[in-house]
Write a protein that binds this ligand. Structure first.
Ligand SMILES: [Fe+2]
Ligand SMILES: [Fe+2]
Length: 264
């Protein structure tokens, strides 16, 4: 089922799909942006989501004519359905230059030619991707969590698609905005402490986001942060988060006890 996150009544619509992962896969959100005759998919996922996502978006746009398939980073829940999007659409694929060179590992040899000239390898500084008479802005989000990582800002809806930043593990109603921030922190804390690299990256990212006009922060897992109060609470929390290498100590780098030694 899709949720409409934004519709300006003039041809610009943002959809979230949040219940396509069946079985043991971690819940994840996929996004479709439509601007007039143009369409872009953000973080379409892997083999678990390809078929249901294709079916869902075929009711909303001509899938073959997608402008972009956009990947915030290289993870399995982000872009491992790449081979199928290359084969069954004319979309260009957008990803960090650090990961573009690894994409051929996802594409079987017999369709390798499909990727020729269709990969947009983003420089570390990001880029503005033309999108009809608008654009999609690729914002640097490196080390949050991948080494080559981007978030995507839609200046029409003022939605920031924040990949794994702001991700939460919630049981249901993944499109429902966060209401009680303090309770919600419990659903984000452990994930961010382990998957984000350092507080330095968090603070630099928050400074960048505060320079933009952001109405919603929409992560790739769990619920969105909607409105100035919730966006502000999230930025406050994230800029002081100790995570990744901030929390490392010598105990992280000890060889595990060997079985024979442990029983001696
Ligand atoms: Fe990830
Ligand atoms: Fe993820």
């Amino acid at each position: 089922m899709s949720s409409v996150f934004y519709d300006n009544g003039a041809g610009h619509t943002v959809y979230q799909f949040s219940d396509l992962v069946a079985g043991d896969g971690i819940q994840s959100n996929q996004f479709l942006l439509i601007h007039g005759d143009h369409a872009a998919l953000i973080d379409p996922g892997g083999q678990l989501t390809y078929q249901p996502l294709y079916a869902a978006i075929s009711r909303l746009t001509i899938v073959r004519h997608l402008d972009y398939v956009i990947a915030s980073h290289q993870d399995p829940d982000i872009i491992t359905s790449l081979d199928k999007w290359l084969l069954y659409t004319d979309a260009r694929v957008v990803i960090s230059r650090l990961w573009a060179r690894f994409l051929p590992h996802l594409v079987p040899g017999y369709i390798a030619g499909e990727s020729d000239g269709r990969i947009i390898a983003l420089p570390d500084s990001g880029a503005c991707l033309p999108f009809g008479d608008s654009e999609i802005i690729a914002l640097p989000a490196h080390f949050l969590h991948s080494v080559g990582n981007f978030h995507f800002y839609d200046p029409v809806s003022r939605i920031l698609f924040s990949g794994d930043v702001g991700a939460s593990l919630t049981d249901e109603e993944h499109a429902r905005p966060v209401r009680d921030f303090d309770r919600h922190v419990k659903k984000m804390q452990a994930f961010h402490e382990r998957y984000m690299v350092s507080n330095r990256a968090c603070r630099l990212w928050v400074d960048m986001v505060r320079s933009l006009d952001v109405d919603m922060i929409v992560p790739q897992h769990g619920r969105p942060f909607v409105g100035p109060q919730m966006v502000g609470r999230f930025l406050q929390w994230f800029e002081q988060l100790q995570c990744g290498i901030d929390l490392l100590g010598p105990n992280y780098y000890r060889p595990p006890r060997r079985q024979a030694a442990a029983s001696a």
